[in-house]
Design a binder for this molecule. Structure first.
Ligand code: TTP
Ligand code: MG
Length: 352
């Protein structure tokens, strides 16, 4: 019969890990953030979130906004080690696990006797063995499970059918659904579609006219909480890239470098969010004669830092110095699995 999928997400993960070794800070607003001029908050405790401080909030602003908060510099090594512990407990308890980040995983509970009870046991085991709290959502697919895990954080345990998810999230804006980004949400708004319910009720033909034959119907499926994706116990992701094709060909480094900067910024943002870093940085250049050229360089340590990635990418571009007008420019960070012994321990990652 139907599938039973659970999504597990640790509560305020970095902060909770810090509190576990500094229990005297419990109940206080605590923020894990770097200290550089452009540093952003990685995690804020739920007490700090009341002040409007969240992940990605600029750290300097957070300090002004919440002067009583305790600021802790990130210790990624330690978070990775704790993540490994969490994931080890998960794998002990459940056979089919897909780790999707340091602090989240999907569990395929299909065919398991009393799946809800099994999920509760997982939650309790993580608490007992690691002292860390998580939220779990259960549904017929990944999308419902993911939305359910987020619905009653922290310490949530929410079980929803597809119909219940449509009912519960129907009045919410489309952007709440992972997969509907800010740009798409804005375009939906311009068409007067401001809720998931409205989106779900909009005929495919109309959405296809607005967003094209692929994206349009896909959006409606998301709004109806239809999702066929499998829980992938073997993860496939070894590199991440961004590229763009120009409307009119660009000529010269002065024109290309700002584009490279923008693409690299987007790429690094994604890598940081996914807790991924890689050692190999590459560029791709397609010239107006449709010849495609790639250049890559490996550095000693995995990185997802903008300055580092951009530094290498820019040098590669300068060294290549495109001899003809450029149609397409791309940037890539590869070798993403190499630095991640952590959560994926035992999970094979293959090239995309
Ligand atoms: P999340 O699961 O998104 O957030 P969280 O665990 O801090 O809080 P909650 O799930 O209870 O809402 O992210 C997991 C960790 O990833 C988080 O602790 C810190 C890191 N992270 C960043 O470094 N930058 C970010 O922008 C986000 C969203 C997360
Ligand atoms: Mg989390």
């Amino acid at each position: 019969m139907g599938r039973v999928i659970a999504h597990l997400d640790m509560d305020a993960f970095y902060v909770s890990v810090e509190l576990a070794r500094r229990p005297e800070l419990r109940g206080k607003p605590v923020v894990v953030a770097g200290s550089g001029a452009r540093a952003v908050v990685t995690t804020a405790s739920y007490e700090a979130r009341k002040f409007g401080v969240f992940s990605a909030t600029p750290a300097a602003w957070a300090r002004r906004r919440c002067p009583d908060a305790i600021f802790i510099p990130p210790d990624f090594e330690h978070y990775r080690a704790r993540s490994r512990e969490v994931m080890a407990v998960l794998k002990e308890q459940v056979e089919r696990v897909e780790i999707v980040g340091l602090d989240e995983a999907y569990l395929d509970l299909t065919g398991i006797d009393r799946p809800k009870a099994a999920a509760r046991r997982v939650k309790a085991a993580i608490q007992e063995r690691t002292g860390l709290c998580c939220s779990i959502g259960i549904g017929p697919n990944k999308l419902v499970a993911k939305m359910a895990s987020d619905a009653e954080k922290p310490d949530g345990f929410v079980v929803l059918s597809r119909e219940m998810a449509m009912e519960r999230f129907g009045p919410k804006p489309p952007g709440l659904v992972p997969g509907i980004g800010p740009k798409t949400a804005e375009r939906l708004k311009q068409h007067g579609i401001t809720t998931l319910r409205h989106l779900a009720q909009t005929p495919d033909t109309q959405l296809a006219e607005m967003f094209g034959g692929r994206l349009g119907p896909h959006l409606a499926r998301l709004a109806r909480f239809e999702d066929e994706r499998e829980v992938e116990t073997v993860r496939i992701a070894k590199s991440e890239s961004r590229e763009t094709t120009f409307e009119t060909d660009l000529r010269g480094l002065d024109a290309l470098e700002p584009v490279l900067e923008k693409l690299t910024g987007e790429l690094c943002q994604t890598l940081v969010k996914q807790e991924q870093s890689g050692r190999t940085i590459g560029i791709k250049v397609r010239l107006d004669d449709f010849s495609t050229h790639t250049r890559a360089k490996s550095i000693s340590e995995p990185t997802n830092e903008l300055d580092t990635v951009l530094g290498v990418a820019r040098q590669l571009l300068r060294d290549f110095d495109p001899p003809r007008p450029v149609r397409l420019l791309g940037v890539r960070v590869a070798g993403l699995d190499e630095g991640r012994s952590l959560a994926e321990a035992g999970q094979l990652e293959l090239a995309l």
